[in-house]
Design a protein around this ligand. Sequence first.
Ligand SMILES: Nc1nc2c(ncn2[C@@H]2O[C@H](COP(=O)(O)OP(=O)(O)OP(=O)(O)O)[C@@H](O)[C@H]2O)c(=O)[nH]1
Length: 306
Amino acid sequence: MQRNQSVKVLVADDSMVSRKFIRSLLEQHLFQVIEADDGIAALETLNENPDITLLITDYNMPRLDGFGLIIKVREQKSREELAIIGLSSDGDESLSARFIKNGANDFLQKPFVHEEFHCRVLTTLDALDMVTRLWEQANLDYLTNVFNRRYFFNLYEEKLNLIAQKKGVLALALLDIDFFKQVNDTYGHDVGDEVLIEFAKRLQHSFSQHFTVARIGGEEFVVGFKGLNVEKAYTLLDRFRMQLEVTPIATSKGSIDITVSTGVSEFSCDENVDELLNRADIGLYDAKASGRNVVCIAEGKPQKTF
Ligand SMILES: Nc1nc2c(ncn2[C@@H]2O[C@H](COP(=O)(O)OP(=O)(O)OP(=O)(O)O)[C@@H](O)[C@H]2O)c(=O)[nH]1
């Protein structure tokens, strides 16, 4: 029940009586309910509320019917992102199979027993939760909860091809916490973990609204700056570096001063992720060699803005 309070369900049905009835069943289980009176209104509502996780849709509706709605929705959202349950009072026995072929997760024939309705909704949402958990285990870093290496490489293989086709720009930063071994040696591995978690939070806070942040190794993180050239990325990264330097990380063993060294490279159309990352690594090597706590543009000289 507690989970249900955060679940938004969209009910698409042209019959107000039917919508109100389904709403009352869902609200008994504390779901948040939104209504739409046909397929077009449902599409608009889904666009305005990207956090809807379940769509319950009737088959016969004016303007756009249940099948048309599902086909349109599935162009944007997979079964793992948005669950759909089809409903119909039409006696056509092939409807359930057609609903599912078109992309519904499940189907219910009207009229239905309340208990069956609740079972279908809960089973569909449980399956969605399980897929989400599996996806998170495969793609998020277990310690810091930012994207992991696997996610980053998969995403960027695709992204670089698209950027090359469109002649877009992208800068890639490789960030490595300075003297991190000393943190572990002085305070213990658990405190080292606390530092990594807070460092990742700060990176996310600074960059993840517009850019991709991932942990790709022990104390190594990447940020992919799609749409930015290396100079613009440098400015953001150097601001991050300065803020980190003056804001110690609070841990269970007290505040710890941390600095970061960063290498940043700009995508050139004929390279893959490994090559781009290798060039950022050359920048990182320069940053470490020049004394750390600095951002270096790949194959360039260490630069500070002050
Ligand atoms: N606590 C913690 N430590 C980790 C984790 N992964 C890697 N490390 C540690 O990170 C440290 C990295 O140390 P080094 O590669 O020697 O680099 P450094 O001490 O940061 O020195 P520079 O990079 O040269 O500034 C090692 O001590 C690893 O054991 C982790 O998940 N948790």
